[in-house]
Design a protein around this ligand. Structure first.
Ligand SMILES: O=C(O)CCC(=O)C(=O)O
Length: 203
């Protein structure tokens, strides 16, 4: 049986020049996502970090946490993230991410969007720790949110995809080099969402 046989619609490959992005809808069933979301909200060491911007500390509009193997320190936007030790719900999600990405991960950035007022600004996961053309897989739980992609050299070339409860997204190849992504804030009433983005640190 192939992966495509397991899902009614099969993996959805986004047709974006220079990007290699696949969405697997409902990779996790609804009777699984609810308990996993509750476990993550309860057990993850959520932090409300600030980034230094224009000479002052600005709180990020979401909660986040970094988990991984002991040697997976990670820096983004000048913020050093020291890994927390793996917990069972994140290890379970890692197995799912590794299955669909056909890749191995040693760390995960968890983002918790408490409402539509939380979001994530345009960026690429192109930190040196991730190496060239990294494979990155995320698992979304909870409320659906727009995941926006745009070409770094032409912001008019933009594609929005809604990531729902239990969806897995895999980015690979030159996606990070040529494209950026974001989770825009929304005025619509939306519930809580957790996204876990699995990565591999290159040493
Ligand atoms: O929440 C998402 O879907 C995206 C998360 C993300 O882009 C990241 O962690 O770099």
């Amino acid at each position: 049986m192939t992966q495509t046989d397991l899902f009614a619609d099969g993996p959805e490959h986004l047709d974006l020049p220079g990007a290699d992005v696949t969405v697997i809808r409902g990779a996790l069933a609804p009777d699984v996502t609810g308990p996993v979301l509750a476990a993550l909200c309860d057990q993850v060491e959520w932090r409300h970090d600030s980034l230094r911007m224009y000479g002052r500390e600005v709180p990020i509009p979401r909660l986040q946490a970094w988990y991984g193997d002991p040697d997976t320190e990670y820096t983004y936007s000048g913020l050093l993230l020291v890994p927390e030790a793996w917990i069972p719900p994140l290890l379970a999600l890692r197995t799912v991410a590794e299955h669909f990405a056909a890749a191995e991960f040693d760390s995960v950035l968890c983002n918790r969007y408490r409402s539509g007022a939380d979001g994530l600004a345009w960026h690429a996961d192109d930190e040196p720790e991730l190496g060239r053309d990294p494979v990155i897989a995320s698992v979304s739980l909870g409320a659906p949110r727009v995941f926006a992609l745009r070409r770094r050299d032409d912001h008019a070339e933009r594609h929005d995809v809604v990531l729902g409860d239990g969806d897995v997204l895999v980015m690979r190849g030159t996606t990070q080099a040529l494209w950026e992504h974001s989770v825009p804030k929304t005025r619509h009433a939306v519930g809580e969402r957790v996204n876990c983005t699995f990565r591999r640190i290159v040493r």
